[in-house]
Structures are given as structure tokens and as C-alpha cells.
Design a protein around this ligand. Structure first.
Ligand SMILES: [Zn+2]
Ligand SMILES: [Zn+2]
Ligand SMILES: [Zn+2]
Length: 348
């Protein structure tokens, strides 16, 4: 024990100041001031920005979003902290989300690319139509596309004789009945407290010229989410117009989710600027996305929407997607659709 002890050499690994306190913390082989250690290693809540408190057993217990890894005190799940209706992230105390007129909350990053009125949605509709053409699945009929509020969507859903509803919330609908639907005419403005005001809607009478009267999509969602919902509903329309009947929910919703997922893939690829090999996806990628390069957040958001489709726990949408996706990866889209036509089931 011939070592000489220099108090001034015993320094905190974080702030590099000498440690003179009786108690200190160790991490790896390094000493820290207790306060510095806490600052570095004790997790802070992404919502209230405080250190996440220890529970009754002295352990730090927090929740984290599985995709965004946003971590927060468990109490925020009960204290009314809002979540973004699109990306699911909780509203941090220092940022105010916008409130849509139906009570949905939207974070500012999702708001950035949100589709707010029926005319804004038409450009996207053209992209989706080209996407279907690129797959040799052109929908010949002119199907009206309307952007609607939640209430109008729910009312239209009740007016349908049969149809599947994506719980907990339906965000799109492929209509077969003749109905009058209230559609959003003009992008709403945001007033005090970031609340929607001056919403302009107009009743739209839909008449039936073919098996599908219209496609309705919930307003206020980011372009990539709106597009994936639209790609899903377009597939319902395609199936109906091509005469695919009495499919099980799992097969029908599953194949619709496969198309939504494929569209997201093509958008993420086309926005990344990387050169795309001459696979079947190249024709898709080149047709979509005329909006220029994606923001980094938008690409991450695209990955999130894909993750949501892949990890959906419901049997119709989740299991259906996974079975459909396996089939399409193994046999291709066209043979899978032919197989569904003949057997009403996915090839396995
Ligand atoms: Zn907190
Ligand atoms: Zn969001
Ligand atoms: Zn569906």
C-alpha cells in the first residue's frame, strides 16, 4: 500500500472537479459526485422533464414507447397527458400540441405534413392511383375521395350495410351505399390555444355508379399516414370492382394492409434519394413522391406507420397482414391475388 493519496486527483468523471464528499458514486471504474451521477444516469421524464421517481421498492420505474423510446413517468398515463393521434407520442409539458375540432391532438411535427382539406388530398390521390397503375392494378372507375371529420366518418360507417371497422378508431372507409357526407372544403385555421377554428364543410351527395360510391378519409393526419389509409381503402375498392366476394376479414383486411405497407415502402425509398435497383419496386418508387426529399422526421414517421401495421395485434389487420405479406414476399402480388380469387385464402 505504498500509494500516495492526492485528494485533488480524486476527480469526478463527469465534471472533472475533485470529490471531497464522504459519499460518492461509482460507475465502471470511475467515481462521480452523487449529484453528477444522478444527472448522468438517473433517467429524466420526456414529458415533465423531471427525474423519474423511484417506486415503493426503491426502483426507477418508467414507461417507454416501443418505437420512439420516449420515456416517461407511469403517472402520465393517468393524469390526462394527451398523445398525438398520429405518432402516439405524449405531449411534453413545454410544447403545446394542436387540437382538432373533434378533440384529437396532433403534435407539431405530424402537423407539418398533415393533409387538411379535400383539395390537398387530390394530389395524394393521384400518387396512389399511379402506384396502383404501376402494379398493373389500375382502377378504371372515377371514385370520389372525400376528406372528412371524425363525426362524418362515423355517421357514414353506420350508414353502411356491411363493412369492417378498424378498432379502436376507423380512419378510412370505402363506401358502397348512397349517402350524403359532409366533406372539408377549406384547410382549417388554428386559433387561441392551438385549437381548430373556422372549419368549412359542405354536404356532398354521393350517388352510386358502380360497386363503390366513395372513399372517405379522416382529415388532419400526416401525408404518409393519409396515403397508407388511402392505399388500404383503394384496395377494398379494387377488390369490390374486380368482383372478389365474401372474403374473410383476415384475407380482405390483410391484403389491404399489405398494399398500405407496400406504398409506405415505396415512399420511404423514393424519399431517401438512394438509387433503387431494378426490382419491381423501381417503377413504383419513381412514380410517387413529387414533394421532394422527405424530412428526417417524416422518414422516421413512415417507419413508424410500417411498424404499426407489422405489430398490429388484431386478427383481421395484424394476422391478416402478416399472412398476406408472407405470401406476397414468397409468390409475388399477382399470384397471391389469383390464389385469393380461386380459394378465398392466402397461399401458404
Ligand atoms: Zn414525468
Ligand atoms: Zn405526432
Ligand atoms: Zn379495411
Amino acid at each position: 500500500m505504498g500509494a500516495v493519496w492526492h485528494p485533488e486527483c480524486f476527480r469526478c468523471h463527469a465534471c472533472n472537479q475533485p470529490i471531497s464528499d464522504y459519499e460518492f458514486s461509482m460507475s465502471g471504474n470511475y467515481p462521480y459526485h452523487k449529484s453528477c451521477y444522478k444527472e448522468h444516469y438517473h433517467p429524466k421524464c420526456d414529458v415533465c422533464k423531471q427525474f423519474i421517481p423511484t417506486n415503493m421498492n426503491g426502483l426507477i420505474e418508467y414507461r417507454a414507447h416501443p418505437f420512439w423510446l420516449q420515456k416517461y413517468c407511469p403517472t402520465h398515463e393517468m393524469d390526462g397527458t394527451p398523445r398525438c393521434c398520429s405518432c402516439e407520442r405524449m405531449e411534453p409539458r413545454d410544447i403545446q400540441y394542436v387540437t382538432l375540432d373533434d378533440g384529437r391532438k396532433l403534435c407539431l411535427e405530424c402537423l407539418d405534413s398533415a393533409i387538411m382539406d379535400t383539395s390537398e388530398c387530390q394530389t395524394l390521390y393521384l400518387d396512389i392511383q399511379e402506384f396502383y397503375e404501376g402494379l398493373n392494378m389500375k382502377v378504371e372507375q372515377q371514385i370520389p375521395l372525400l376528406l372528412v371529420e371524425r363525426q362524418a366518418l362515423n355517421e357514414a360507417m353506420e350508414g353502411e350495410k356491411n363493412g369492417h371497422h378498424h378498432l379502436p378508431e376507423t380512419r378510412g372507409l370505402c363506401l358502397s351505399e348512397e349517402q350524403t357526407v359532409s366533406t372539408i372544403l377549406k384547410r382549417p385555421k388554428f386559433g387561441a390555444g392551438n385549437r381548430v377554428m373556422e372549419m368549412v364543410t359542405e354536404p356532398c351527395r354521393l350517388t352510386r355508379r358502380c360497386e363503390v360510391t366513395a372513399i372517405l378519409i379522416l382529415y388532419g393526419l400526416p401525408r404518409l399516414l393519409t396515403g397508407s389509409i388511402l392505399a388500404h381503402e383503394m384496395m377494398h375498392a379494387w377488390l369490390r370492382l374486380k368482383g372478389y366476394r365474401t372474403l374473410s376479414q383476415e384475407v380482405e383486411e390483410g391484403i389491404c394492409q399489405v398494399l398500405a405497407h407496400m406504398w409506405l415502402d415505396s415512399e420511404i425509398m423514393s424519399g431517401s434519394g438512394s438509387n433503387i435497383a431494378s426490382t419491381s419496386s423501381s417503377s413504383l418508387a419513381s412514380t410517387s413522391s413529387k414533394k421532394g426529399s422527405r424530412s428526417q422526421f417524416e422518414r422516421k414517421l413512415g417507419d413508424f406507420f410500417k411498424h404499426q401495421i407489422e405489430s398490429d395485434t388484431s386478427s383481421a389487420y395484424g394476422d391478416g397482414f402478416r399472412a398476406g405479406n408472407r405470401a406476397v414476399l414468397q409468390y409475388g402480388l399477382k399470384p397471391t391475388l389469383d390464389h385469393i380469387w380461386l380459394t378465398r385464402s392466402f397461399p401458404c
